[in-house]
Design a protein. Structure first.
Length: 610
């Protein structure tokens, strides 16, 4: 991050990874190449019922409220997806995770300040998920307007990279899938809450109140605020930029998202890299060593009592390790990922824990994520190396089953027969309809719309038996989109204060994948950029359908640029986010084109600016 102060203390996350090779060698020597025979441990899935979900929404999420956890520590719950915590110190209030949207963050702020009035001394982001940072502006804008020194905003050094990935190369995909996970168009009656908190206001989040950190650290950093000590500790888990906060004078630990009242989300279906499972276990062990009397997660209610918290954290980390170890053991025995998904659950002593119900994360999703993270997409089955294309395979399967009308009738009949908590017949119906959708031919007696209409009904039938709030919302939102069409992903409106903290090369990196290759397959041209305020020069070269980005001197073989753009970095960021037009920037003299204006315009027309 170009503008943030940085401190560094050796991180246990980095030290821990160095022993993996030794551990693997030791395991091979002790156990040999094959596992020993053993009795099978019963495993089960902690799948919640609708009654469990209703009770969870009513009692653990509940109405907006403020709880005083211990002296001078207040938690606003139920205002948004994430909790917001206020810590009173002699130097002012410290705010941890200021929420997702301006409107809801303002409500939480007012409720907290009614209990603990005072100026804002600092903000702490436990990590970069937008539900934890999007409301930051409401705590700092008054200082900004007054021209006072900025409020300190603390995060780990990985914050920027992790945040910008969500708005980077795969942003449209993640936004589209994220809207499904949150059930953008799904009625509250069908999904009354997220398992983590109040359902999100997606439209409200587009008016972002995000602020970038101006203080970052690695490993550990201590804030001494009068008689209170706040220890900020890097603790990778649900994200690679996670931290927890330890206040020894209060025996209180703020856990971020490394603990909440649900089986953890070791993989999120909105799409991201698999979570660092081994680091998550280590982070929970580090939290156990603190022996807190009070544990404040960033989702779901606080926990109290040293013995109770020890039991919860120990069971939580054991559940993660159990699933991880079962994937390792099963893979080493030759089980495929599908066999692992069908078999792996939790042992009864963990599956019975109310905080390990699969309300938010799921064991089967976690199995897939751990497998692919460690071994990649290929499960070892030779039959999966060179399969037929999916549409060709679907056509042959449908023909083998008697033709498209037979398969359609079977899918509709299966949906009608769907009963029981697993809704197996409805799932079979979805499978059959998905094969019809993949193979559809215009010669068939029904059109693609018919398939999509029936698929929507079958997805909704599956959802009736799903009470994981992410999975249920995703199914119902997908059904809605099949019936009514999908809305295009919308980008949040980022203010200048946020844009200023994002390195300009991030915007150019995104530009490379926005090229229309079909318009550039015979093109070899370059465009140079000089960002006058940060003294950085880049070249974007379009070469036969590929856009190459380089900084400094152009790479060998780069043609002379059609033009050089001289512009300050903030103006270019505003142009890239459609907050300003090129015509306005040129008229104001904040952007200058040195060279062919027609060449510049022709070059830029080959890129998608949606």
């Amino acid at each position: 991050m170009e503008t943030a102060d940085r401190t560094s203390v050796p991180s246990p996350m980095r030290r821990a990874t160095s022993g993996r090779l030794g551990l693997a060698l030791a395991g091979a020597l002790l156990l040999g190449a094959h596992g020993c025979g053993r009795d099978t441990v019963a495993q089960t899935r902690a799948l919640p019922s609708s009654e469990v979900v209703d009770q969870h929404c009513r009692e653990l999420i509940g109405a907006p409220r403020v709880e005083e956890v211990t002296e001078g520590v207040f938690v606003a719950q139920g205002y948004d997806l994430a909790n917001t915590t206020l810590i009173q110190t002699p130097e002012g209030n410290v705010i941890v995770d200021p929420g997702m949207t301006r409107a809801r963050a303002a409500q939480a702020r007012d409720a907290l300040l009614a209990r603990a009035p005072g100026p804002t001394r600092a903000l702490i982001f436990t990590h970069s998920h937008i539900d934890h940072v999007g409301g930051a502006a409401v705590w700092v804008e008054e200082r900004e307007r007054a021209g006072d020194p900025p409020v300190e905003i603390w995060a780990t050094a990985n914050f920027e990279q992790h945040l910008l990935k969500q708005y980077g190369l795969f942003a449209p995909t993640e936004q589209r899938r994220g809207a499904r996970q949150m059930g953008r168009d799904v009625a509250d009656a069908d999904v009354p809450c997220s398992a983590l908190g109040r359902r999100v206001d997606i439209e409200g989040a587009l008016n972002s109140g995000l602020r970038m950190p101006n203080k970052v650290f690695e490993g550990q950093h201590t804030l001494a605020l009068g008689e209170l000590t706040l220890e900020l500790v890097e603790a990778h888990g649900e994200t690679h930029d996670q931290l927890y906060v330890w206040i020894p004078e209060r025996a209180l630990l703020l856990a971020g998202d490394n603990y909440y009242h649900s089986f953890p989300n070791l993989y999120t279906i909105r799409g991201t890299r698999p979570r660092p499972v081994d680091d998550w276990i280590r982070s929970l062990d580090a939290m156990r060593r603190r022996a807190p009397e009070h544990l404040v997660p960033s989702h779901t209610p606080p926990l109290h009592g040293r013995a109770h918290i020890q039991d919860v954290l120990t069971s939580y980390r054991d559940a993660i390790q159990w699933v991880r170890d079962e994937v390792v053991r099963g893979s080493n025995r030759g089980e495929s990922v599908e066999q692992l998904v069908a078999r792996v659950g939790l042992p009864p002593h963990l599956a019975d824990k109310p905080y390990l119900q699969e309300l938010y994360g799921q064991v089967d999703w976690s199995v897939r994520a751990i497998f692919s993270n460690e071994l990649g997409w290929f499960d070892g089955g030779a039959e999966h190396l060179y399969p037929l294309a999916d549409d060709a395979r679907a056509r042959r399967e449908i023909a083998l089953m008697g033709g498209p009308q037979v398969v359609l009738d079977a899918a509709i009949a299966a949906r009608g027969a769907a009963q029981g908590p697993t809704r197996d017949d409805a799932r079979w119906s979805v499978h059959l309809l998905a094969r019809l959708r993949a193979a559809h031919d215009t010669t068939w007696p029904f059109d693609q719309k018919t398939i999509e209409r029936e698929l929507a009904s079958s997805l909704a039938a599956v959802a009736e038996g799903v009470h994981n709030t992410n999975g249920r919302a995703y199914l119902l939102q997908a059904a809605h989109e099949l019936r009514h069409g999908a809305r295009a992903p919308e980008n949040p409106e980022l203010e200048d204060a946020v844009l200023a903290g994002i390195p300009v090369d991030r915007f150019l990196e995104i530009m490379t994948v926005r090229l229309y290759p079909e318009q550039a397959i015979e093109v070899h041209e370059a465009l140079a950029f000089e960002f006058t305020d940060v003294a950085r020069r880049f070249t974007v070269t379009v070469r036969r359908g590929v856009a190459e980005l380089s900084e400094g001197e152009p790479l060998p073989g780069t043609p002379a640029p059609v033009a050089t753009i001289r512009v300050d970095s903030l103006t270019w960021k505003r142009l890239a986010t459609k907050r300003e037009s090129a015509a306005a920037a040129l008229a104001a003299g904040r952007m200058v084109i040195d060279g062919s204006k027609a060449g510049f315009l022709g070059f830029m027309r080959r890129f998608d600016r949606a």
